[in-house]
Design a protein around this ligand. Structure first.
Ligand SMILES: C[S@@+](CC[C@H](N)C(=O)[O-])C[C@H]1O[C@@H](n2cnc3c(N)ncnc32)[C@H](O)[C@@H]1O
Length: 369
């Protein structure tokens, strides 16, 4: 093959990126220009985030195209990477939360978005009362963080708001995110998901794609992909249904349902594929400043302060093998295994497993024929 031509796959991916660049660089100039509500879902901001809004420049607020909240707790002094930072709204919120000793890097491929982000650095450095900027923006592709000299194991947290759906190579995005995260770090991100795989003719529609709809991952494919890249136990933090609110586009997408969802994916070498029960529990000390009453790990783990809270081994690792460790005490020896942790979605497959089935002579598994 001649060395002058990129492989076919790369050409198709490049065409997708150029179409997205055109959409976010030339066609849209503010959130109101979007044709659907897929990229502007932003309800329920936590108070510590709301309090930062008056310090933000109007320009970065009006160029926000995110679909959820990507601000986990305990960011002070952290190094944070924002994949597809756009005009930088989330980077600036996080810049305030990590403080002067922290570091924020935003990556985006679209010049027009980066211009807005860059020209607002001084405004925010002054507005936050910092002696020097703790944010920088880099132009590049989120699939190729290696080209931006972002080292292995270098970020505590990666965030991303409504971007991965726009990537033509989601596999590479997750692989690179896993590479640059420190062990114990997390990818905490909001994106658009569908309830089924999306037909190619819709994927090829530039408006549907640019509006963050037809590039959405079917939720179950996303979970498989995340696990393949080492994020063994993806945790759903929140979700909401996207209503679209554009008749022509609703007609095109037909019965496909879309959701905006925030997931957190921890990079921890000892996470297992399933939730195993070692008879362990945690007690939350109530010491995370923004959550004195209860700590929310995910939609299924809202842990009240001072109360013994039984956890599976994976949850224990997410709480005690990460930056959250100082805020939890562990109860229980953890030496003995008691099977799958009840209520985690899976159960023992043997029909004869229940005591009543055993008393009746076993289930269908008894005997070989
Ligand atoms: C829907 S906007 C979200 C922007 C920002 N996260 C926010 O919340 O306002 C998507 C952004 O992702 C960027 N983007 C999309 N695909 C990208 C890729 N493969 N590499 C780098 N940036 C990308 C676009 O340029 C655009 O700024």
């Amino acid at each position: 093959m001649s060395s002058c031509c990129p492989p076919k796959e790369d050409t198709a991916q490049q065409a997708t990126r150029e179409s997205v660049q055109e959409y976010y660089g030339k066609i849209l100039s503010k959130s109101d220009d979007l044709k659907t509500n897929a990229c502007t879902t932003d309800s329920g901001l936590p108070p510590q985030v709301k309090a930062i809004f008056p310090l933000l420049s109007d320009e970065v607020i009006t160029r926000y195209y995110g679909c959820g909240i990507v601000i986990p707790e305990l960011l002070e002094d952290c190094s944070v990477l924002d994949l597809g930072c756009g005009a930088g709204r989330d980077c600036y919120i996080i810049s305030k939360l990590v403080g002067e000793k922290g570091r924020v890097v935003g990556v985006d491929m679209t010049d027009e978005q980066l211009e807005v982000a860059n020209r607002n650095i001084d405004h925010h450095t002054r507005s936050f009362g910092f002696s020097r900027a703790n944010v920088e923006f880099k132009k590049g592709y989120i699939e190729r963080l290696n080209e931006l000299n972002l080292a292995d194991n270098s970020f505590d947290v990666i965030v991303s708001n409504c971007v991965i759906n726009l990537s033509p190579d989601k596999d590479a995005v997750l692989r690179e995110a896993f590479r640059v995260l420190k062990p114990g770090g997390e990818l905490y991100f909001s994106d658009v998901y569908s309830d089924r795989r999306i037909p190619q003719d819709l994927v090829d529609d530039p408006v549907l794609f640019g509006e963050c709809l037809s590039g959405a991952l079917y939720w179950n494919d996303f979970l498989t992909l995340a696990r393949q890249h080492g994020f063994a136990d993806p945790r759903l933090v929140s979700d909401s249904r996207i209503t679209i609110e554009n008749e022509a586009i609703e007609k095109k997408v037909g019965h496909i349902k879309f959701f905006s969802a925030t997931y957190r994916l921890f990079k921890h070498a000892d996470l297992e594929s399933d939730c195993e029960d070692y008879g362990e529990a945690v007690v939350y000390k109530g010491t995370v400043p923004t959550s004195p009453q209860a700590f929310t790990l995910d939609a299924h783990h809202i842990i009240q302060a001072g109360r013994v809270f039984p956890v599976c081994r994976n949850t224990l690792r997410m709480l005690t093998g990460t930056r959250f460790a100082p805020h939890f005490d562990v109860v229980g020896g953890g030496k003995q295994h008691y099977g799958l942790f009840e209520g985690c979605g899976k159960a023992i497959p043997f029909a004869s497993a229940s005591d009543s089935a055993a008393a009746a002579g076993g289930g269908s598994g008894g005997g070989c024929c």
